[in-house]
Design a protein around this ligand. Structure first.
Ligand code: SF4
Ligand code: SF4
Length: 788
């Protein structure tokens, strides 16, 4: 479906595509861990036992009309209870007929059922096969494990009847109706025996569920260890991996998917927005069933299918609250290194009487341990996209536990592979996302809030476009600047609308946004700027569609067509690039936040100056590839923009980087030989700055300053480390250049770097990570000769 979005108050939320329909509110089992009957919510007592035909009709009609209005192509609906099979084959057939007849003319209907299986018969299986219903069965493992909780009211075992149901579903004629097994964990059960018992039932998929718990009623930790659930799950995980992953295990698959930047596909982990509504047997619309564990009535929202459309659910504050992704989590979660994978766990598990849902999961320690261990054990070359990095400059997030691979050694050796740079870039992206979440709080209730809503929505529908825009080097500087001023600076914050507009244009969606005009320009990061000939106007209205937009400010109307569709108007100033032998970088001479270096940024380049820059950059890149090929992959993965700086009248070659502008290097114009050195030198600072955002390399409280050979005055430790790392790369480039002068440069830089490494190592102020990093620099340097 082509995503559409509108700014201001016209942001239409995505429709609901997943439903649970409670067809029977009682059960033939009496499991003592059941959230329906044994936990806080007791609303089942007031509900009709069976769903009435008119309730089914009303629910089906609401779902169909909602699918039609939102253009939903596929609806997922689970028949649930209590125990749905208690409805019996005749009434179940009537329910299925009604659902198919009402919903299928509008959308494809994926029908499922979750059952304890006790009452499953061949006749019911025939019915499900005829209606394409896939059945999931609850089973907690072998007989001992299962019967720990899953028993009849009189205490009799349910294991044998449940296994009979599974055997039925394994028959060839019913196999396609077999959805899988749902297993609730009890850490007193042996995990491997549970795994083997479940595997023996040949399910297409296994769901391992943490038992529902809250901070008010925490989970049982029988052996007193800190992370018994993680330990239990990890034993299964390792065996599953050793077995070659013979079956889908949703929790593990979700964590692996989110580690690679994908969606979790489940409400249990990850940041996927809630997309599910429940219809109870009395027709009440409710939130996800797991909420019943939080407190009595927690799932209720006071709406029903007779009076309220599904849109009312979507707009309900409780539902909206459960959909907010990262911004809906507590501060601890928002700053957590694994939040992109964990998502704060199941919402219900965050509940406490004191903080409501504004807490980490009561399973926080287990989730963190599980995710970190899985990430560590699957440490591959994959970029941990989406891993949010909680701390910025001065932060103390350690790399331990993140999928670091050999990041420290790889960067410390002086170059940095494409993989390492992608990891740094992913971490920076996570950091910028975290800043935007903070900014969202600041713009709440202001006109800019609609830009945040649009951005949050596009993050679900056009995540690539969001990431592409948020990766612009100067967005971090802008966001930090905004956050540094609690009051005022409204115009700075309004730039968020320009960010959202840039995403909407990239994504090709429809949106209306009011964007700020700064010095006569509307800035769209990474795309360009539009000059408006209306000096008095502080804002413009952008109507975005199909990759282009129309800007209105006062009497002016300017149409900027989608790139490549028609010539742009003269008022449009696009960003421009330099092609570097198969890839390209921005020549950033437009962004309003680029002027962040000690030496001022140059103004917009005229065509001749731009062409000169493009030629110099291409030639410098050719030299880098030839002279220091080890630097090329990292540069290619991490360098995004070169910002021209104003020429120094003294002729000094000025270049700079900012910790707040990952991927950008500022430099004056220079000949290709010098430009190659400047780029390699400055990119060392980019890499080390990003690494310092991730880990602590030295004691920040270290009071001393270090004498370095290239400066008269002693340097603070960070400055000395940065200089040493940069000089290692400069030595590398002079090592490759011919001629006596280059040889002399090499000898000097080699000596400087060697002495600085010794002094750094001698401070006693390096952390373990710092020692590894500096040791690696030393090993690289000592593998080169002192003189060429
Ligand atoms: S079978 Fe399911 S609904 Fe029935 S008591 Fe057990 S957990 Fe509850
Ligand atoms: S591991 Fe804990 S802090 Fe981190 S996101 Fe999950 S619940 Fe929140």
């Amino acid at each position: 479906m082509r995503p559409t979005a509108r700014g201001h108050s016209d942001v239409r939320p995505r429709g609901l595509s997943q439903y649970v329909l409670k067809v029977h509110s009682r059960c033939d089992l009496a499991c003592d861990h059941c959230y329906v009957y044994q936990h806080a919510d007791q609303s089942w007592r007031e509900r009709p036992r069976e769903i009435a035909p008119e309730t089914v009709r009303a629910a089906a009609t609401r779902i169909a009309e909602h699918a039609r209005e939102h253009g939903l192509r596929r609806i997922h609906l689970v028949l649930h209870g209590g125990e749905p099979l208690l409805l019996g084959p005749v009434r179940l057939a009537a329910v299925l007929n009604r659902l198919r007849a009402t919903i299928e003319p509008v959308a494809e209907l994926d029908l499922r059922m979750q059952s304890n299986g006790v009452l499953l018969t061949p006749r019911l299986c025939d019915l499900f096969a005829a209606h394409g219903v896939r059945v999931g069965i609850s089973l907690d493992g072998d007989a001992a494990a299962n019967d720990r909780h899953r028993r009849f009211a009189g205490g009799a075992s349910s294991h044998a009847p449940v296994r009979r149901a599974l055997a039925l579903l394994r028959r060839p004629e019913y196999r396609h109706s077999y959805a899988g097994i749902l297993c609730t964990i009890d850490v007193r059960n042996d995990p491997i025996r549970v795994y083997e018992a479940l595997l023996a039932e040949a399910p297409p998929r296994i769901d391992l569920l943490l038992p529902h718990a809250t901070w008010n009623a925490p989970p049982s930790r029988p052996d007193g260890t800190a992370t018994p659930y993680a330990d239990w799950l990890l034993r299964i995980y390792r065996r599953w991996v050793r077995d070659g992953r013979p079956v889908e295990i949703r929790l593990f698959d979700s964590l692996l998917a989110t580690a690679a930047g994908g969606r979790s596909g489940t409400e249990s982990v990850g940041l996927d927005p809630a997309d599910l509504a429940v219809v109870e047997t009395d027709g009440a619309w409710e939130l996800a069933d797991s909420m019943k564990t939080a407190y009595d009535g927690a799932a209720g929202i006071g709406l029903d299918v007779f009076q309220h459309p599904a849109d009312a659910v979507l707009a309900h504050p409780e539902f909206v609250g459960s959909q907010r992704g990262l911004s809906g989590l507590c501060r601890t979660c928002r700053q957590c290194p694994v939040v992109a994978q964990c998502g704060g766990g199941l919402r219900a598990h965050r509940y406490s009487d004191v903080g409501g849902f504004d807490n980490p999961s009561v399973y926080c320690a287990d989730l963190k341990e599980l995710i970190i261990s899985i990430n560590r054990e699957t440490a591959t070359d994959a970029t941990p996209a989406g891993v949010a990095v909680p701390t910025g400059p001065g932060g103390d997030l350690l790399l331990d536990g993140l999928p670091t691979g050999d990041l420290l050694e790889d960067l410390g050796a002086g170059h940095g592979s494409m993989t390492s740079l992608r990891r740094l870039a992913a971490a920076q992206l996570g950091y910028v996302r975290g800043l935007l979440v903070e900014l969202a709080d600041r713009v709440a209730g202001t006109p800019t809030a609609s830009a945040w809503e649009l951005l949050a929505r596009l993050d679900e529908e056009a995540a690539e476009a969001v990431s592409a825009v948020l990766a612009h080097p100067y967005l971090r500087r802008w966001a930090r600047q905004c956050l540094a001023h609690r009051a005022g600076k409204t115009s700075e914050r309004a730039h968020l609308a320009g960010v959202a507009a840039a995403v909407a244009i990239r994504a090709g969606v429809v949106a209306d946004l009011e964007v700020p005009v700064r010095s006569g320009l509307v800035h769209l990061p990474g795309l360009g700027a539009l000059a408006l000939d209306e000096p008095g106007e502080r804002s413009a209205l952008l109507s975005i569609a199909g990759g282009g937009f129309t800007a209105r400010a006062g009497p002016s109307v300017v149409v900027v067509p989608a790139a490549g569709h028609a010539p742009p108007p003269a008022a449009w100033r696009p960003v421009r690039r330099a092609g570097l032998d198969g890839w390209e970088i921005l020549v950033e001479d437009l962004d309003p936040y680029r002027d962040c270096y000690e030496w001022p940024a140059a103004a917009r380049l005229d065509p001749a100056a731009l062409a000169s820059w493009q030629r110099s950059l291409a030639a410098a890149w050719a030299r880098i590839q030839r002279e220091v090929p080890g630097q090329a992959p990292g540069l290619r993965a991490g360098l995004r923009a070169v910002t021209p700086l104003r020429t120094d009248p003294t002729g000094r070659l000025r270049s700079a980087t900012s910790r707040d502008a990952f991927g950008a290097v500022g430099t004056v114009a220079a000949d290709p030989d010098a430009l190659a050195v400047l780029l390699v030198h400055e990119f060392q600072h980019v890499k080390l700055g990003a690494l310092l955002d991730l880990t602590v390399l030295f004691d920040r409280a270290y009071p001393g300053r270090l004498r370095v050979p290239w400066r008269d005055a002693p340097r603070p430790l960070e400055g000395a480390l940065q200089g040493t790392y940069a000089h290692l790369a400069i030595a590398d480039i002079w090592r490759a250049r011919p001629g006596a002068e280059a040889g002399e440069h090499y000898r000097r830089y080699h000596g400087w770097t060697a002495r600085a490494i010794d002094r750094l190592a001698g401070t006693g102020a390096l952390t373990e990570h710092g020692q590894r990093f500096v040791r690696q620099m030393g090993e690289t340097l000592h593998s080169w000769p002192d003189e060429r």
